[in-house]
Unconditional design. Structure first.
Length: 95
């Protein structure tokens, strides 16, 4: 069962609103996923997210995709994993 009051997990991967004591949501999970994807792209799974993270991502398309997962404001992030899938399919079709 999902407990939105739980604040477990590694501090590095907590969305800002969860780190500040807010509830875990799908949007906070998407932030965590975005951070893992960022770390995968830069090749360092210990690297925290900094305000200049986009400089580390050489491809503008990947930077734009990560932006929709790493936004500090939860309302600017994807609200469901299905939206990530649809966005990825759109990006493939646009190429």
């Amino acid at each position: 069962m999902f407990d939105s009051q739980a604040t477990g997990g590694t501090q590095l991967y907590l969305a800002p609103e969860v780190a500040a004591g807010g509830d875990s949501t799908a949007r906070s999970d998407i932030y965590s996923l975005g951070l893992v994807l960022f770390q995968l792209l830069v090749g360092d799974f210990r690297r925290p997210l900094t305000i200049d993270w986009r400089r580390s991502v050489g491809d503008p398309l990947l930077g734009d995709a990560l932006k929709l997962r790493l936004a500090g404001n939860p309302s600017e992030r994807f609200g469901a994993a299905r939206l990530i899938e649809l966005d990825s399919a759109k990006a493939r079709n646009d190429q």
